[in-house]
Ligand binder design. Structure first.
Ligand SMILES: *Cc1c(COP(=O)(O)O)cnc(C)c1O
Length: 409
């Protein structure tokens, strides 16, 4: 079945309730049993069933099934946000004394999270993930995990996903890929050997800016029997699920960043149209990138769909389409705030993956806190503006940008 057909029929295939085509929203927190033996058996994992809303909920489970299908994985755990998915995964799998390698172009909040783990005793090396050799060179005897994103935000560097997969496979490292910017519609990290895949459901998968959520999906490609940090209690059952079980039990249960049923429902209905929205947003972004590139007031355009992007060829081979995040630098004498304030249709807001086109002056907002040195290292200039391109009609977007640019000339 095709990508969208599978999504549309997912809830139905995994158990219809009251004939409803959508999984109903179950806000209930606890579950009653006629026979206390059954309750005990569910707790002991000997019988399938529901216990308490922090660990399990039917509406959330239906969304987890959908994500597992989209990623062609083995099992998914959903969380209240993308950050909770990343934080809980690392918390559940790593211990003090371990070492992690991460891309130096990471989403700012994820980089900040890694630094927090750093002060808790987990060593960290940031590397240029566009080059697998940089990852290989950073490996230490205590390295446990490599964390990369597909396309970086805001400068759109594309990780050497195939090369890093090979390094992780050879050395037996857990390979975590954050697929948020590409989504499983453009790219399935399973194909490059990923062990675990992260998605911020808040972004493209939900798509409408009306619910937060995150997920981690097990790909079934990592040999968890070789991983020393799995507790004895979780070395039971199918070994390919030991890691995700520990993330769910030690991670989600201990930390409790659970996804609400109402949010799961919104994210799930949003996901049904992911392919249509993503295709349209990529078309719009490609058209805008060309328009910006030929405009004399714009010094630089960063978009993997452009032929002069350093990872253009890699993008075509891995993703087919170049995504819908693009950044520009205005000529240095132009005021990026004046330009942004002239935009009428394009909204000035943080967030990405929304149906609406959003714009943000990166150095002055999401990358303000990290300071000028780190920004310079990441290639973020003061006049860099990031766009998350939405699904409006392209003529309306072009017209808006054209009028805003001519008014700052
Ligand atoms: C937004 C984002 C996250 C965090 O997701 P939230 O749902 O906002 O917590 C993680 N990774 C990437 C690449 C993101 O863009």
């Amino acid at each position: 079945m095709g990508f969208t057909t599978q999504l549309l029929h997912s809830d139905r295939r995994y158990g219809v309730e009251h004939g409803n085509l959508l999984k109903p929203i179950h806000p209930g927190v606890t579950y009653g049993y006629e026979d206390a033996h059954d309750l005990a058996r569910v707790f002991q994992g000997k019988q399938k069933g529901y216990t308490y809303g922090r660990q399990i909920n039917p509406t959330v489970e239906a969304l987890e099934q959908k994500i597992t299908q989209m990623e062609n994985g083995r099992a998914t755990v959903a969380f209240s946000t993308g950050m909770a998915a990343i934080g809980t995964t690392l918390f559940a799998l790593l211990r003090s004394g371990d070492h992690v390698i991460a891309s130096k172009y990471l989403f700012g909040n994820t980089a900040s999270l890694f630094e927090s783990f750093g002060v808790q005793g987990i060593a960290l090396t940031f590397v240029d993930a566009t080059d697998a050799d940089a990852v290989a060179a950073a490996v230490q005897p205590n390295t446990k995990l490599v964390f990369v994103e597909t396309i970086a935000n805001p400068r759109t560097q594309v990780s050497d996903l195939v090369g890093i997969g090979a390094v992780c496979k050879t050395l037996g490292l857990i390979y975590v890929v954050d697929n948020t910017l590409t989504t499983p519609y453009l790219f399935q990290p399973k194909s490059v050997g990923a062990s675990l895949v992260i998605n911020s459901l808040t972004k493209y998968i939900g798509g409408h800016g009306n619910a937060l959520g995150g997920s981690v999906t097990e790909m079934g490609q990592f040999d968890w029997t070789t991983f020393a940090n799995i507790y004895d209690g979780y070395r039971v059952g199918e070994p390919s699920l030991w890691g995700i079980n520990q993330i769910k039990k030690k991670g989600l249960r201990d930390f409790g960043a659970s996804l609400a049923a109402d949010s799961a429902h919104r994210l799930s209905t949003g996901a049904d149209t992911l392919a249509l929205r993503m295709a349209r947003a990529c078309d719009n972004a490609s058209a805008l990138a060309e328009f910006f590139q030929s405009h004399d007031l714009i010094d630089a355009v960063y978009y993997p769909g452009l032929k002069d992007h350093p990872q253009h060829q890699r993008t075509r081979e891995l993703f087919g389409r170049p995504g819908a995040i693009l950044s520009i630098e205005l000529q240095p004498e132009l005021d990026c705030f004046r330009f942004l304030n002239q935009l009428q249709t394009v909204i000035k807001a943080t967030h990405l993956g929304d149906v609406r086109t959003l714009s943000i002056p990166v150095a002055h907002s999401i990358f303000y806190e990290i300071g000028p040195e780190r920004r310079a290292d990441m290639g973020i200039k003061d006049n860099l503006i990031r766009f998350s391109v939405g699904i409006e009609e392209i003529d309306d977007l072009l017209e808006d940008f054209e009028q805003a640019l001519s008014s700052v000339r």
